[in-house]
Design a protein around this ligand. Structure first.
Ligand code: GLA
Length: 728
């Protein structure tokens, strides 16, 4: 049993893989946190209770002079009633009062895992994979019930949490804060690792010690954003890739998020994660429910790499869905960087013809095929094929591409509307706006108000019409600006601040409908590159375009940071031409970097010399031979591009019989010792043959003594070293 309850001590214990999470109902009915960390055997953990009474200026509940909520470790802290740290729940009554007091009511241990209505979430392939604890707390005065859900995955160090709030009273409640989870750690001796960035520089790794007050990661953009990811690690200050304790926190949500680590006066750390309370308010009428997004908690006793492998496995098997989840992904050629808006059917077919010579699987027609769209000034919303521009109907183009031996994919940016579009002329009120106030543009476009059912219906019908009109195998779903004037005249004034969250729910509703209607289509999410790379989108689309920056050396940093929490098979990465920033890198280097992802091309193949087409063909052969390993193997980071001129990582198959090591050298150093790479994750006693290196070494030798890489004297050198177990 993964979840235990001791009626005598009132202690709950969750065992997930090698981790334990424990909490206790106090005699006064508060739900106290006891422990989260490496697996422990004792269930009698009451001695870990932190009452925290007695601190001056930290009040105590009238019925419990022995304790102070301000200094106790709490599972779901409430605002306004004596805990001055960040609340998980804050509620306004009709009279304007704001104070919540939650007390234990009951609990249930459920087999399996309930779904989260309308929200993306991890799921089970077999009900025996996890159990879920549901603890119900209530504030009788408010008529508020809060059920806290804890799903403990049996074989993995992962627990997921969410909360359902229910109005059981007779007054209207206004939810001001409704986080998914809070974890109160008794110490603060942690570093925080987060992923920050900008357009073309997504998910750079940042590490800093915690400090008093708060370290806050958040989005106020309406999407998860390029700037910060809804992910953080708290780890021991000495933790490395291979060693030390680490905790990962990730929100399965694509809108405004908050992830905050607050160090308190007593030296504890409150980790809060959920929808950002910024500009948020939700009217909960009597009888209504509100479900928060799911938060994923991962524990590792073996460094940052342990968090990575737990999350990769969980997302690959329990978050991504559908036919494409485990299937080898097609090698794409996308025409964006080849042509931008300047293409017609003949040009695309010419690219497809070259692609066939390189054994590429699919041609993706990017932006510019619809409405009036010669540049980014117009046309979004008019999802009608521009046959005059293409020179033929879409069906004919698709048939011609298929005749070259390639499948066909297409680009949409459904959530947007150009002021210069037929859709806008017909429905100016469909764009998010505040009546009387001027509209803010981003890339010359506005955002559709997805809270309107008519907008959602239009998008589902219009996209379906295109997708059903011919044989389309892939959709790139783009989102190229953030939300402003976040208001919907259709909602009553009291619900004005619901639009941020309702937008995301509207998006999820559309994506769910299209997933159901087109189960055979591979969807790839995109937002000016990787501006909406989050677990919420991965539930609907198993891959996300990592970045508009396709320069391979820049990509190393982007993909290294992304790999901290996102599976390699989810990372859209292509080989591009040498025009970005003008940096010259060899084709092999560009190919090597793109192989640590979904793999494909983003260049004009009609301008590539025959010898490079042949080289691409060989790269594609290698990619296919190693694809199972890169897509489903365990991932280990060996050298960080943030620390020098090298980057290395490796993939190991689950049975450890096969591995692929990738080593990249940015600037070469003449006359230096050859690098020595200590590998990870191999079977120590097994003998591995290094393909093409005429060498056989044991796993322990490769992991402890290391593998010596020939000194790369030149800039932008890469090695792909394939290892296979041999019987020794
Ligand atoms: C975004 C995407 C690009 C491309 C363009 C098209 O920037 O990230 O890959 O699709 O839009 O406008």
């Amino acid at each position: 049993m993964a979840i235990l309850f001791d009626a005598q001590t009132q202690i709950f214990q969750l065992h997930a893989g090698d981790s334990t999470y424990a909490m206790q109902v106090s005699p006064e009915g508060y739900l106290f946190h006891l422990y989260y960390g490496k697996h422990v055997s004792d269930s009698a953990l009451g001695h870990l209770e932190v009452l925290g009474g007695g601190a001056s200026f930290s009040p105590n509940p009238a019925d419990a002079p022995r304790l102070s909520l301000d200094t106790a470790l709490l599972e779901y802290p409430c605002g306004g009633t004596g805990d001055f740290r960040r609340p998980a729940v804050q509620v306004l009554e009709e009279n304007g009062a704001s104070g919540v007091q939650l007390h234990y009511v009951s609990h249930e241990i459920l087999q399996g895992k309930p779904a989260l209505p309308g929200l993306p979430a991890t799921y089970l392939n077999d009900p025996a994979q996890a159990d879920t604890l549901a603890v119900t707390l209530a504030d009788e005065h408010l008529g508020l019930r809060v059920t806290l859900y804890y799903c403990a995955f049996a074989g993995q160090n992962a627990i997921t949490r969410w909360a359902v709030l229910q109005n059981t009273g007779s007054q209207r409640l206004e939810l001001r804060s409704i986080l998914s989870a809070c974890v109160d750690f008794p110490g603060s001796d942690f570093d925080m690792i987060s992923l920050h960035g900008a357009w073309a520089r997504e998910r750079y790794v940042e590490r800093h010690p915690l400090f008093h007050g708060g370290s806050t990661l958040q989005s106020r953009r309406g999407s998860s954003g390029h700037q910060l990811n809804p992910f953080a690690i708290l780890c021991a200050k000495t933790a490395t890739e291979e060693q030390g304790e680490a905790y990962g926190f990730h929100l399965v949500y694509s809108g405004n998020f908050l992830l905050d680590a607050e160090v308190s006066q007593m030296g504890g750390t409150r980790l809060s994660i959920g929808v950002n309370p910024y500009d948020f308010a939700w009217q909960l009428l009597p009888g209504e429910n509100f479900t928060t997004p799911e938060a994923v908690l991962a524990y590792s006793g073996e460094g940052l790499g342990g968090i990575t492998r737990t999350l990769h496995r969980l997302y690959r098997k329990n978050l991504c869905r559908g036919a494409w989840r485990d299937a080898p992904r097609p090698i794409l050629i996308n025409n964006w960087e080849a042509t931008y808006f300047n293409f017609d059917a003949d040009k695309l077919v010419a690219i497809a013809r070259q692609a066939a010579k390189a054994d590429i699987d699919m041609l993706v027609m990017d932006d510019g095929w619809f409405g009036k769209r010669e540049d980014d000034q117009s046309g979004l919303g008019d999802w009608f094929v521009n046959e005059a521009k293409l020179g033929c109907p879409l069906r004919e183009l698709v048939e011609r591409v298929k005749a070259e031996g390639l499948r066909f994919g297409i680009w949409f940016e459904p959530e947007m509307i150009s002021p210069d579009s037929d859709l806008f002329r017909a429905h100016p009120d469909w764009a998010l706006h505040i009546p009387g106030q001027s509209r803010t543009l981003g890339r010359n476009q506005c955002v559709l108000n997805l809270t309107l059912p008519a907008v959602r219906a239009y998008l589902i019908e219009q996209l379906s019409a295109v997708l059903e009109s011919t044989d389309i195998s892939y959709v790139k779903w783009d989102f190229n600006r953030n939300l402003t004037e976040v208001f919907s005249p259709a909602l009553p004034a009291a619900q004005g601040r619901e639009v941020w969250h309702r937008y995301v729910l509207g998006l999820y509703e559309i994506l769910e409908a299209l997933n159901v209607r087109f189960p055979q289509i591979l969807f790839e999410s995109c937002s000016g590159g990787g501006g909406r790379f989050d677990p919420g989108m991965l539930y609907y689309m198993p891959q996300t375009w990592c970045s508009d920056n396709t320069d391979a050396s820049e990509r190393l940093k982007i993909q290294y940071g992304t790999s901290l929490c996102y599976p390699i098979a989810s990372m859209g990465s292509h080989v591009a031409a040498i025009h970005q920033g003008g940096r010259q890198t060899p084709l092999s280097f560009r190919g090597g970097v793109a192989m640590a992802g979904t793999f494909g091309y983003e260049l004009d193949l009609t301008k590539i010399p025959p010898d490079e087409i042949l080289e691409m063909k060989q790269m594609n052969r290698n990619f296919r031979a190693w694809q199972k390993l890169t897509a489903q193997g365990d991932f280990y980071r060996l050298r960080s591009p943030f620390e020098g001129e090298e980057c290395a990582w490796m993939f190991v198959s689950e049975d450890k019989r096969e591995a692929l090591v990738q080593y990249f050298r940015l600037r070469g150093t003449p006359d230096a010792w050859p690098p020595r790479l200590r590998l990870q994750g191999l079977a120590p006693d097994a003998l591995y043959a290094l393909e093409g290196w005429n060498r056989t070494l044991h796993g322990d030798t490769l992991m402890h003594a290391g593998l010596v890489i020939p000194n790369p004297q030149q800039d932008y050198t890469d090695y792909n070293i394939h290892l296979k177990q041999v019987d020794g």
